[in-house]
Design a protein around this ligand. Sequence first.
Ligand code: ADP
Ligand code: MG
Length: 291
Amino acid sequence: ATPTALMVGTGLGAENGILIRQGKAVEILREIDTVILDKTGTITKGTPSVTDVVAHLEKEKLLKYAASAEKGSEHPIGEAIVNYAESEGIELYDATEFEAVTGKGVRARINGEEVLIGNQAFMKEADVDVSADFSEQVIALENEAKTTVLVSIEGAFAGILSVADPIKDDSAQAIAQFNEMGLEPIIITGDNERTAKAVAQQVGIDKVIAGVLPDQKSEEIKRLQQQGRKVAMIGDGINDAPALTQADIGIAIGTGTDVAIESGDIVLVKGELSSVVQAMKLSQATFRKIK
Ligand code: ADP
Ligand code: MG
């Protein structure tokens, strides 16, 4: 990196809670025209909680089976469901078999019965028949920016749980500034299109790339680069690491996973998106002057 880049980098870090891991990132920043943002943990706080339970059988049984199946899960949705069941005073079974299917859900044997919990694609693959009534409720919940997961017990549809993840306080403002600066913000997420669009609308983003399997995020970035775009990717998760590396600039959320942080050229120490705006403005100002 040039001395100027390093100097700017140091100044930025002190003032805005930004850690520049690659000095040249400060120079490249001003060329960026597209900002891809992971949804969960980047635009939202990454701390979902259960908001709705639509039971096709006794509510307590649905929660008991769903939470018992999720107990082995490390996914925030799984944690939200376990916390909710425990707050309702429900005692959980130990799973005898547990399998997490990345980007889709979990499968476990609970009290001798096979339980699946996950998205619609996961249910479809397992040939679980979700009635039209329930599909409509799923649509309504997703339009409220909630993520829905479906539950089946022994192959029979058992109900829906939805979780909501609060949006960070400064997300909308930071995104408004990206738009103002002529940068196109795009959400990328493994979540479904409706939920992603509802979140996008709340923060002022028009474009979403939804239903992306964890190993496909970097492919999506590559596709945009092949269209001639200069891409910054902002993310926090293990799944985001390859995309952070692929992007022209990878920006990791400082409260995120170690793998993401190690893959970032820039780290947002406090996890605030508005820091990116500051960095871009400074990069533009600095490198315009010395040209
Ligand atoms: P994200 O981009 O939000 O990290 P993931 O790729 O982790 O998305 O998951 C995509 C979708 O798969 C989730 O929105 C959810 O519908 C489903 N899913 C993943 N893990 C679980 C789980 N443990 N329990 C239920 N559903 C899950
Ligand atoms: Mg995330």
